[in-house]
Design a protein around this ligand. Structure first.
Ligand SMILES: Cc1ncc(COP(=O)(O)O)c(C=O)c1O
Length: 441
């Protein structure tokens, strides 16, 4: 029985304050600034802080715990594995091979091998290296606003300064082009009248910036960090075709969008995409560090023994977590729940948008939604100050949201675990509605 929200102390509570002080003193301030909840434990879509307050979770960590926090079946399997084996480097284990087999089975049939790794960024690095080796070219096309992680390759193909500031130079050969952010079109056009004008801009970018040695294009199916920006229908398939026509590998970064998050097992299913390389992370392990690069056999086969591996990649604990998480997603129909509850939430936010002057745009697919906060709906002036205020006030009422995202820091990201019930989701939306309407006055 869900009990959140239940707030019994002033927030943050006394124990939380103690740990926040330790964090400020002993940890770098490099991490994103979140509301001051100090997590103690979590179940399903509810979090308990160290002071015993209960919150609704609209974060899933950062879109990680797709099967819900501490799912009993997952906990049981992790306990069993903890008594058997943690690490054996590149030596073969049943769990790693079974996970690779499963990933190949559930992804598009052009993909034949899965390289099991640890973090999302690691899959991006591996994809860039592999594309360069396979194509004997070095340029990578990516997008304004893109987020592909914080390692050097990931940061370089990323399209936002906050991740790169002061860390240059980035890796050579990255070409950035605009992503279709239709609410704020870079070319002041409107879909569908624009007839996908961005492709004209893409051709110009290549014509003016490339040395003719393009290895790959990398994109997210929707841009997460840039503000849950969903491209118009048909765009991604056109992009895939563009890559084919230009003999360039198509790398799809589904680190965030996979394992039910968008109401499909993989976001690529929406347009029947067939990327040459597919990056997976976050929800694949639903808590433990686990990621995978799934690719076409011919491409994966250019790697000779010893050319790429990772100390923790495919360790038996994480690999078993992946098998169990996928099994839970399939058996408990979490993809369907994501689509159903996500649509319900989207409709509710669209209703709220009609009466709320600061809710500029509402968008979402499955259980990943973005609310774009503006000070004026006509001018679309972004307001990061109001966005922070809304997130803080929701925390005070027992709803946890991730810090603002977006080009202008004015997007509220909503991404609860996929097990969330409609009732609990509604309680969270009620809190957001109250706060939005209060601040709107
Ligand atoms: C689309 C995308 N790619 C890559 C990454 C990097 O993943 P990690 O933080 O696990 O390295 C993220 C993380 O947020 C992401 O959202």
């Amino acid at each position: 029985m869900e009990k959140a929200p239940f707030i019994k102390t002033k927030l943050p509570g006394p124990k939380s304050i103690e740990f926040i002080e330790y964090s400020e003193k002993y940890e770098p301030r490099s991490m994103s600034e979140q509301v001051p909840i100090v997590w103690k434990r979590a179940f399903g879509a509810e979090i308990e802080d160290v002071d015993g307050n209960l919150f609704i979770d609209f974060t899933s960590g950062v879109l990680v715990t797709n099967i819900g926090h501490c799912h009993p079946k997952y906990v049981e399997e992790m306990k069993k594995q903890a008594e058997e084996l943690y690490n054996c480097y590149d030596f073969v284990t049943p769990w790693r091979t079974l996970l690779a087999k499963k990933l190949v089975e559930i992804t598009p049939d052009n993909l034949g091998k899965a390289f099991i790794l640890t973090t999302g960024s690691e899959t991006i690095e591996a994809a860039i290296k592999l594309a360069r080796r396979y194509k004997s070219g070095y340029e990578i096309i990516s997008f304004y606003g893109a987020f592909h992680g914080r390692t050097y390759g990931g940061m370089s193909v990323g399209g936002k300064m906050n991740v790169k500031k002061g860390f240059g130079p980035t890796i050579p050969g990255t070409i950035h082009v605009s992503f279709p952010y239709c609410y704020r079109c870079a070319y002041d056009k409107t879909f569908p009248d624009c007839e996908y004008w961005c492709f004209q801009a893409l051709d110009w970018a290549v014509e003016t910036q490339s040395t003719g040695e393009i290895a790959a294009m990398i994109t997210e199916p929707y841009q997460g960090g840039a503000g849950s920006i969903i491209p118009p229908p048909g765009y991604l398939k056109k992009l895939e075709n563009w890559c084919k026509e230009h003999n360039v590998l198509f790398i799809l970064d589904e680190v965030q969008s996979s394992f039910g998050r968008t109401g499909y097992m993989f976001a690529l299913e929406r347009e029947n995409l067939r990327p040459n390389l597919l990056c997976l992370g976050k929800g694949i392990g639903s808590g433990v560090p686990l990621s995978a690069l799934v690719g076409e056999t011919e491409i994966m086969n250019v790697l000779e023994p010893g050319s790429m591996s990772s100390t923790y990649g495919g360790n038996p604990l994480s690999a078993r977590a992946g098998i169990v998480a996928i099994d839970i997603i399939e058996k408990e129909n979490l993809v369907q729940n994501s689509a159903k509850v996500g649509e319900h939430m989207l409709n509710r936010f669209k209703e709220i948008q009609k009466k709320c002057k600061i809710l500029g745009d509402v968008r979402g697919q499955g259980l990943v939604l973005g609310l774009e906060i503006v000070s004026d709906k006509k001018t679309k002036e972004p307001s990061s100050a109001l966005t922070k205020k809304i997130i803080n006030e929701c925390y005070q009422k027992g709803l946890v949201l991730i810090a603002p995202i977006g080009f202008y820091g004015n997007v509220i990201r909503i991404a609860p675990p996929l097990v969330i019930s409609q009732e609990l989701a509604d309680k969270g939306v009620d809190i957001l509605e109250d706060v939005l309407m209060k601040i709107d006055k």
